[in-house]
Ligand binder design. Structure first.
Ligand SMILES: N[C@@H](CCC(=O)N[C@@H](CS)C(=O)NCC(=O)O)C(=O)O
Length: 109
């Protein structure tokens, strides 16, 4: 079963949730909301860089949200047919990441 570990927020996991949904991959959304839960998750050794989001899929323990999005896109045929198609996918993903990073840094009023 595919599992996604992240906090109770959209944050850096939401694009992965979208791509899982587009690919029609059922997944368990596991909420890690306390420092103790994060410590326990780290102790499993499944976080390559000790960070979330973390995606368990196809026997892989993935981190880095941009890597997981690209893996899912390639895996299920959403990366185009040519290097130029893939280039444009990367350009658009980069632009979306710029907007996302800005909103992640925004402070709540
Ligand atoms: N470049 C990484 C950044 C991951 C990241 O900064 N995750 C934060 C939560 S949004 C985290 O795990 N922070 C805990 C820590 O770094 O100790 C990605 O896009 O997945």
């Amino acid at each position: 079963m595919t599992k996604l570990h992240y906090t109770q927020s959209r944050g850096r996991a939401e694009t992965t949730r979208w791509v899982l949904a587009v690919n029609q991959i059922p997944f368990e959304n596991i909420v890690i909301d306390t420092p103790e839960e994060l410590v326990a998750l780290r102790a499993t050794g499944k976080l390559p860089f000790d960070q979330m989001p973390q995606l368990e899929i196809d026997g892989h323990n993935l981190s880095q949200s941009s890597a997981m999005i690209r893996y899912l896109a390639r895996r299920d045929g959403f990366y185009g047919d040519t290097d130029t198609d893939a280039l444009w996918c990367d350009l658009i993903a980069g632009a979306v990441a710029d907007f996302s990073e800005t909103s992640l840094k925004a402070k709540r009023a």
